[in-house]
Design a protein around this ligand. Structure first.
Ligand code: NAD
Length: 299
Protein backbone atom coordinates (compact mmCIF):
# COMPACT_ATOMS: atom_id res chain seq x y z
CA UNK A 1 0.00 0.00 0.00
CA UNK A 2 1.25 3.49 -0.85
CA UNK A 3 3.05 5.50 1.79
CA UNK A 4 1.66 8.94 2.52
CA UNK A 5 3.42 11.79 4.34
CA UNK A 6 0.88 14.01 6.13
CA UNK A 7 1.65 17.52 7.44
CA UNK A 8 -0.74 19.45 9.70
CA UNK A 9 -2.80 17.33 12.10
CA UNK A 10 -5.15 19.96 13.50
CA UNK A 11 -8.94 20.02 13.67
CA UNK A 12 -9.13 18.89 10.02
CA UNK A 13 -5.82 17.19 9.26
CA UNK A 14 -6.03 14.93 12.33
CA UNK A 15 -9.28 13.20 11.34
CA UNK A 16 -8.27 13.19 7.64
CA UNK A 17 -5.06 11.30 8.46
CA UNK A 18 -7.14 8.91 10.60
CA UNK A 19 -9.44 8.22 7.61
CA UNK A 20 -6.38 7.30 5.55
CA UNK A 21 -5.09 4.80 8.10
CA UNK A 22 -8.59 3.27 8.33
CA UNK A 23 -8.50 2.84 4.55
CA UNK A 24 -5.22 0.92 4.87
CA UNK A 25 -2.69 3.57 3.82
CA UNK A 26 0.60 3.84 5.67
CA UNK A 27 0.69 7.40 7.00
CA UNK A 28 3.82 9.09 8.35
CA UNK A 29 2.71 12.25 10.11
CA UNK A 30 4.32 15.49 11.26
CA UNK A 31 2.94 18.48 13.16
CA UNK A 32 4.61 21.23 15.17
CA UNK A 33 2.24 20.44 18.04
CA UNK A 34 3.28 17.31 20.04
CA UNK A 35 -0.30 16.75 21.30
CA UNK A 36 -1.53 16.52 17.69
CA UNK A 37 1.20 13.97 16.93
CA UNK A 38 0.22 11.85 19.94
CA UNK A 39 -3.39 11.78 18.74
CA UNK A 40 -2.20 10.83 15.24
CA UNK A 41 -0.29 7.90 16.72
CA UNK A 42 -3.46 6.74 18.52
CA UNK A 43 -5.19 6.97 15.12
CA UNK A 44 -2.68 4.60 13.56
CA UNK A 45 -0.21 7.06 11.99
CA UNK A 46 3.54 6.83 12.37
CA UNK A 47 4.52 10.00 14.29
CA UNK A 48 7.70 11.67 12.94
CA UNK A 49 10.14 14.12 14.52
CA UNK A 50 10.80 16.10 11.37
CA UNK A 51 9.43 16.97 7.95
CA UNK A 52 12.31 15.04 6.35
CA UNK A 53 11.61 11.88 8.33
CA UNK A 54 7.92 11.93 7.45
CA UNK A 55 8.63 12.46 3.75
CA UNK A 56 11.14 9.63 3.42
CA UNK A 57 9.93 7.10 0.79
CA UNK A 58 6.55 8.82 0.52
CA UNK A 59 4.78 8.48 -2.83
CA UNK A 60 2.13 11.02 -1.88
CA UNK A 61 2.47 14.12 0.31
CA UNK A 62 -0.61 15.75 1.84
CA UNK A 63 -0.64 19.06 3.73
CA UNK A 64 -3.44 20.61 5.78
CA UNK A 65 -1.93 23.82 7.16
CA UNK A 66 -3.34 27.07 8.51
CA UNK A 67 -1.98 29.57 5.94
CA UNK A 68 -0.24 30.21 2.65
CA UNK A 69 2.88 31.20 4.58
CA UNK A 70 2.93 27.81 6.31
CA UNK A 71 2.41 25.98 2.99
CA UNK A 72 5.18 27.94 1.23
CA UNK A 73 7.40 27.45 4.28
CA UNK A 74 6.91 23.68 4.04
CA UNK A 75 7.52 23.24 0.30
CA UNK A 76 9.71 26.11 -0.96
CA UNK A 77 13.25 27.38 -0.44
CA UNK A 78 16.58 25.64 -0.03
CA UNK A 79 15.34 23.64 2.97
CA UNK A 80 11.87 23.13 1.46
CA UNK A 81 10.32 19.73 0.96
CA UNK A 82 10.33 20.02 -2.85
CA UNK A 83 14.12 19.78 -2.73
CA UNK A 84 13.84 16.38 -1.04
CA UNK A 85 11.01 14.75 -2.99
CA UNK A 86 11.91 12.50 -5.93
CA UNK A 87 10.47 13.35 -9.34
CA UNK A 88 7.03 11.81 -9.80
CA UNK A 89 5.93 12.32 -6.19
CA UNK A 90 2.35 13.60 -5.92
CA UNK A 91 1.77 16.64 -3.66
CA UNK A 92 -1.81 17.35 -2.54
CA UNK A 93 -2.25 20.56 -0.58
CA UNK A 94 -5.66 20.60 1.12
CA UNK A 95 -5.12 23.86 3.03
CA UNK A 96 -7.19 26.93 2.14
CA UNK A 97 -4.70 29.45 0.75
CA UNK A 98 -4.70 32.03 -2.05
CA UNK A 99 -4.87 30.82 -5.65
CA UNK A 100 -1.66 32.77 -6.20
CA UNK A 101 0.22 30.86 -3.49
CA UNK A 102 -1.16 27.56 -4.81
CA UNK A 103 0.15 28.44 -8.31
CA UNK A 104 3.58 29.35 -6.89
CA UNK A 105 3.83 25.94 -5.19
CA UNK A 106 2.56 24.17 -8.31
CA UNK A 107 5.14 25.90 -10.59
CA UNK A 108 7.99 25.19 -8.17
CA UNK A 109 6.90 21.53 -8.03
CA UNK A 110 6.76 21.28 -11.84
CA UNK A 111 10.35 22.55 -12.05
CA UNK A 112 11.38 19.61 -9.85
CA UNK A 113 9.31 17.05 -11.78
CA UNK A 114 6.89 16.76 -8.84
CA UNK A 115 3.14 16.73 -9.55
CA UNK A 116 1.18 19.14 -7.33
CA UNK A 117 -2.52 19.92 -6.99
CA UNK A 118 -4.49 22.23 -4.72
CA UNK A 119 -7.36 20.31 -3.13
CA UNK A 120 -9.05 22.46 -0.46
CA UNK A 121 -12.04 20.93 1.27
CA UNK A 122 -15.53 21.69 2.46
CA UNK A 123 -17.61 19.91 5.07
CA UNK A 124 -15.94 20.89 8.33
CA UNK A 125 -14.64 18.68 11.11
CA UNK A 126 -17.72 16.41 11.11
CA UNK A 127 -17.16 15.51 7.45
CA UNK A 128 -13.41 15.14 8.07
CA UNK A 129 -14.19 12.64 10.83
CA UNK A 130 -16.81 10.78 8.80
CA UNK A 131 -14.60 10.73 5.67
CA UNK A 132 -17.25 12.60 3.66
CA UNK A 133 -15.39 15.78 2.68
CA UNK A 134 -15.92 17.58 -0.62
CA UNK A 135 -12.63 18.24 -2.48
CA UNK A 136 -12.23 21.11 -4.97
CA UNK A 137 -9.13 20.41 -7.05
CA UNK A 138 -6.95 22.61 -9.18
CA UNK A 139 -4.14 21.31 -11.39
CA UNK A 140 -3.45 18.96 -14.30
CA UNK A 141 -6.24 16.48 -14.89
CA UNK A 142 -3.80 13.54 -14.81
CA UNK A 143 -2.50 14.62 -11.38
CA UNK A 144 -6.05 15.05 -10.05
CA UNK A 145 -6.90 11.57 -11.34
CA UNK A 146 -3.77 10.17 -9.69
CA UNK A 147 -4.96 11.64 -6.36
CA UNK A 148 -8.50 10.26 -6.58
CA UNK A 149 -7.96 7.02 -4.65
CA UNK A 150 -6.44 8.84 -1.74
CA UNK A 151 -9.04 11.63 -1.80
CA UNK A 152 -11.83 9.04 -1.90
CA UNK A 153 -10.54 7.64 1.39
CA UNK A 154 -11.25 11.04 2.99
CA UNK A 155 -14.21 12.34 1.02
CA UNK A 156 -17.24 11.50 -1.04
CA UNK A 157 -17.16 14.26 -3.69
CA UNK A 158 -14.16 15.19 -5.80
CA UNK A 159 -14.42 18.09 -8.26
CA UNK A 160 -11.82 19.22 -10.78
CA UNK A 161 -12.31 23.01 -10.87
CA UNK A 162 -9.58 23.81 -13.43
CA UNK A 163 -5.88 24.63 -13.59
CA UNK A 164 -3.57 25.19 -10.57
CA UNK A 165 -5.26 27.55 -8.08
CA UNK A 166 -8.79 26.89 -9.40
CA UNK A 167 -9.64 24.71 -6.40
CA UNK A 168 -8.76 27.63 -4.15
CA UNK A 169 -10.99 30.01 -6.11
CA UNK A 170 -13.93 27.59 -5.68
CA UNK A 171 -13.14 27.27 -1.98
CA UNK A 172 -13.09 31.01 -1.22
CA UNK A 173 -16.37 31.45 -3.11
CA UNK A 174 -17.82 28.72 -0.90
CA UNK A 175 -16.54 30.27 2.32
CA UNK A 176 -17.71 33.75 1.32
CA UNK A 177 -21.21 32.27 0.97
CA UNK A 178 -20.82 30.24 4.17
CA UNK A 179 -19.96 33.37 6.20
CA UNK A 180 -22.97 35.16 4.70
CA UNK A 181 -25.48 32.41 5.50
CA UNK A 182 -24.01 31.76 8.94
CA UNK A 183 -24.32 35.44 9.95
CA UNK A 184 -27.82 35.60 8.41
CA UNK A 185 -28.87 32.44 10.22
CA UNK A 186 -27.59 33.78 13.56
CA UNK A 187 -29.43 37.06 12.98
CA UNK A 188 -32.74 35.33 12.17
CA UNK A 189 -32.52 32.89 15.08
CA UNK A 190 -31.83 35.76 17.47
CA UNK A 191 -34.72 37.83 16.16
CA UNK A 192 -37.12 34.93 16.62
CA UNK A 193 -35.80 34.13 20.09
CA UNK A 194 -35.99 37.78 21.16
CA UNK A 195 -39.61 37.72 19.96
CA UNK A 196 -40.34 34.81 22.28
CA UNK A 197 -39.95 31.81 19.95
CA UNK A 198 -38.17 28.64 21.01
CA UNK A 199 -35.04 28.50 18.77
CA UNK A 200 -35.61 24.75 18.22
CA UNK A 201 -39.18 25.33 17.05
CA UNK A 202 -38.05 28.21 14.83
CA UNK A 203 -35.26 26.06 13.37
CA UNK A 204 -37.76 23.27 12.56
CA UNK A 205 -40.01 25.77 10.78
CA UNK A 206 -37.14 27.33 8.80
CA UNK A 207 -35.82 23.89 7.81
CA UNK A 208 -39.11 23.31 5.94
CA UNK A 209 -39.26 26.87 4.58
CA UNK A 210 -37.39 29.00 2.08
CA UNK A 211 -34.87 30.16 4.71
CA UNK A 212 -33.36 26.67 4.95
CA UNK A 213 -29.59 26.57 4.47
CA UNK A 214 -26.50 24.53 5.40
CA UNK A 215 -25.62 26.55 8.53
CA UNK A 216 -29.15 26.18 9.88
CA UNK A 217 -29.44 22.48 9.03
CA UNK A 218 -25.98 21.11 9.80
CA UNK A 219 -24.12 23.63 11.96
CA UNK A 220 -26.82 25.43 13.89
CA UNK A 221 -25.24 28.36 15.75
CA UNK A 222 -27.88 28.68 18.49
CA UNK A 223 -26.86 26.70 21.62
CA UNK A 224 -29.24 23.89 22.53
CA UNK A 225 -30.74 23.40 19.06
CA UNK A 226 -28.40 20.65 17.79
CA UNK A 227 -26.08 18.13 19.41
CA UNK A 228 -22.52 17.50 18.23
CA UNK A 229 -21.95 20.98 16.79
CA UNK A 230 -19.58 23.61 18.23
CA UNK A 231 -22.58 25.59 19.61
CA UNK A 232 -23.26 22.60 21.89
CA UNK A 233 -19.68 22.71 23.21
CA UNK A 234 -19.19 26.38 24.03
CA UNK A 235 -18.11 26.98 20.41
CA UNK A 236 -14.91 24.94 20.87
CA UNK A 237 -13.34 22.86 18.06
CA UNK A 238 -14.63 23.28 14.52
CA UNK A 239 -13.49 26.13 12.26
CA UNK A 240 -11.99 29.08 14.10
CA UNK A 241 -13.00 32.72 13.69
CA UNK A 242 -9.32 33.40 12.89
CA UNK A 243 -9.42 30.94 9.95
CA UNK A 244 -12.75 32.33 8.70
CA UNK A 245 -11.25 35.82 8.77
CA UNK A 246 -8.27 34.50 6.79
CA UNK A 247 -10.62 33.07 4.14
CA UNK A 248 -12.74 36.22 3.93
CA UNK A 249 -9.51 38.19 3.49
CA UNK A 250 -8.55 35.87 0.61
CA UNK A 251 -12.00 36.39 -0.94
CA UNK A 252 -11.70 40.19 -0.66
CA UNK A 253 -8.19 40.09 -2.21
CA UNK A 254 -9.47 37.95 -5.08
CA UNK A 255 -12.43 40.30 -5.61
CA UNK A 256 -10.02 43.22 -5.91
CA UNK A 257 -8.04 41.45 -8.66
CA UNK A 258 -11.17 40.83 -10.79
CA UNK A 259 -12.95 44.11 -9.82
CA UNK A 260 -15.86 42.00 -8.52
CA UNK A 261 -18.48 43.48 -6.20
CA UNK A 262 -18.79 41.55 -2.94
CA UNK A 263 -20.87 43.76 -0.61
CA UNK A 264 -22.42 40.88 1.35
CA UNK A 265 -19.05 39.23 1.86
CA UNK A 266 -17.53 42.56 2.92
CA UNK A 267 -20.28 42.99 5.52
CA UNK A 268 -19.82 39.44 6.80
CA UNK A 269 -16.08 40.07 7.01
CA UNK A 270 -16.68 43.26 8.99
CA UNK A 271 -18.96 41.42 11.41
CA UNK A 272 -16.34 38.71 11.90
CA UNK A 273 -13.67 41.36 12.36
CA UNK A 274 -15.69 43.02 15.11
CA UNK A 275 -16.41 39.64 16.70
CA UNK A 276 -12.76 38.58 16.43
CA UNK A 277 -11.44 41.78 17.98
CA UNK A 278 -10.88 39.80 21.18
CA UNK A 279 -8.20 37.11 21.02
CA UNK A 280 -10.49 34.77 22.93
CA UNK A 281 -13.18 35.00 20.22
CA UNK A 282 -10.59 34.39 17.45
CA UNK A 283 -10.11 30.86 18.80
CA UNK A 284 -13.83 30.06 18.97
CA UNK A 285 -15.68 28.30 16.17
CA UNK A 286 -17.08 30.71 13.56
CA UNK A 287 -20.70 29.88 14.55
CA UNK A 288 -19.96 31.87 17.74
CA UNK A 289 -20.97 34.91 15.63
CA UNK A 290 -24.32 34.14 17.32
CA UNK A 291 -22.90 35.83 20.44
CA UNK A 292 -22.70 39.16 18.57
CA UNK A 293 -26.45 39.16 18.16
CA UNK A 294 -27.33 38.06 21.69
CA UNK A 295 -28.62 40.66 24.08
CA UNK A 296 -27.01 41.02 27.48
CA UNK A 297 -29.12 39.15 30.06
CA UNK A 298 -32.10 41.11 31.41
CA UNK A 299 -32.43 43.54 28.47
P1 NAD B 1 -5.83 23.95 12.96
O1 NAD B 1 -5.27 25.23 13.43
O2 NAD B 1 -6.74 23.16 13.85
O3 NAD B 1 -4.63 22.96 12.51
C1 NAD B 1 -3.49 23.35 11.83
C2 NAD B 1 -2.37 22.41 12.27
O4 NAD B 1 -1.21 22.69 11.49
C3 NAD B 1 -1.97 22.61 13.73
O5 NAD B 1 -1.99 21.35 14.39
C4 NAD B 1 -0.56 23.19 13.65
O6 NAD B 1 0.27 22.82 14.74
C5 NAD B 1 -0.09 22.59 12.35
N1 NAD B 1 1.02 23.31 11.71
C6 NAD B 1 1.16 24.64 11.49
N2 NAD B 1 2.28 24.90 10.81
C7 NAD B 1 2.87 23.69 10.57
C8 NAD B 1 4.04 23.26 9.89
N3 NAD B 1 4.86 24.15 9.30
N4 NAD B 1 4.32 21.94 9.83
C9 NAD B 1 3.51 21.02 10.41
N5 NAD B 1 2.38 21.36 11.08
C10 NAD B 1 2.06 22.67 11.15
O7 NAD B 1 -6.54 24.28 11.57
P2 NAD B 1 -7.69 23.44 10.83
O8 NAD B 1 -9.02 23.88 11.33
O9 NAD B 1 -7.32 22.00 10.83
O10 NAD B 1 -7.52 24.04 9.34
C11 NAD B 1 -6.45 23.67 8.50
C12 NAD B 1 -6.73 24.20 7.10
O11 NAD B 1 -7.99 23.67 6.65
C13 NAD B 1 -6.87 25.72 7.05
O12 NAD B 1 -6.28 26.18 5.84
C14 NAD B 1 -8.37 25.94 7.06
O13 NAD B 1 -8.74 27.16 6.45
C15 NAD B 1 -8.86 24.73 6.28
N6 NAD B 1 -10.22 24.27 6.58
C16 NAD B 1 -10.67 24.16 7.86
C17 NAD B 1 -11.97 23.70 8.09
C18 NAD B 1 -12.53 23.53 9.49
O14 NAD B 1 -13.74 23.30 9.63
N7 NAD B 1 -11.71 23.61 10.54
C19 NAD B 1 -12.80 23.35 7.02
C20 NAD B 1 -12.30 23.45 5.72
C21 NAD B 1 -11.01 23.91 5.51
Amino acid sequence: MEKIAFFGLGNMGGPMAASLTRAGFRVAAFDLNPAALEQAQRDGCLPCDSVQQAAEDAEIVISMLPSGEAVKGLYLGQQGLLQQLPAGTLVVDCSTISAEDASIVSSAARERGVRAIDAPVSGGTAAATAGTLCFMCGGDEAAVDAARAVLQAMGKKIFHAGAAGAGQVAKICNNLLLAIHMTGTAEALQLGTDQGLDPKVLTNILLESSGNNWSLANYNPYPGVMENVPAAKGYTGGFSVALMLKDLGLAMDAAATSASSTPMGALARNLYQLHGASEENQKLDYSSIQNMFRRPAGT
